[in-house]
Write a new protein. Sequence first.
Length: 315
Amino acid sequence: MIWKIARELREAGVLGMNRRNGDYIMGYNPRSKFPLVDDKVLTGKIAMEFDVPMPPILSVLETHSQIERFEERLDGTREFVIKPARGAGGSGIILVTDWNENGFIKPSGELVPRLELYHHISNTLSGIFSLAGLPDQAIVQSLVHPDPVFSAVSFKGVPDIRIVAFRGVPVMAMTRLPTRASDGKANLHRGAIGAGIGIADGITRNAVLKSAPITHHPDSGNPVDGIQVPYWEKMLLTAARSYDMTGMGYTGVDQVIDRDRGPVVLELNARPGLAVQIANRVGLWGRLKRVEQAPSQIFSSAETRVVWARETFRR
């Protein structure tokens, strides 16, 4: 029975974890390039070189002694995001919309006492949230004010959009929509919604919540399908340029749409998960193979790669 299931998944073009790790992450992502995407400080630097917009980094904490002067480092900034420089999967990220003498206020309205936040920063520096468990840095970054396009299907927080790019070709995309259960974070493992986005048209479809198909947001009751993502061409081009920026052949490019600045890159991921297939109800492996078989002329520029992707992947 298990072999029958495996054969059916393979025939459907579904990419499994072993093939993803062996053929695509190890096969197309040079180990020497990993720091460019694993370290958000380095990612920010190369993004500036390639004129790719990212939320400004306000401060970087490198030592525990800097924590006691944390509020001075904010320099009056009322809202921000704290994240580990080498974190992954949304671990260690805290969003703050305001703060006062009692502590720091999250988008959900929950108050984080001052000492609790300082302890969190200390844990971040110790490497609790880092990919390898090694000492890390804590980044204080500007908070994004999300474009209202997803406001009817998002509980507080900031929805993001992941585009999986292979050899600089956007092959599959989804948006991750925060819910009350996910504490306003766009993290599928915490209970956010994943909704597939058509590469060709930039329209949402086939939403899932913890792998179960849904049609409406559990908190607002509004339909998730059929939303036209603005700036779609620009977002695809940014995903395509990630290859030129990093030399990494298989990446997940996470972007958010700021109401004032338009699309900005949150981070690049050298090990993008496979849930994008569930959100789109389409196998990723089949698309990767089509890129491997594509004519060489499409790889001449980010623009030609995007044109080919939109013509080839209609869903």
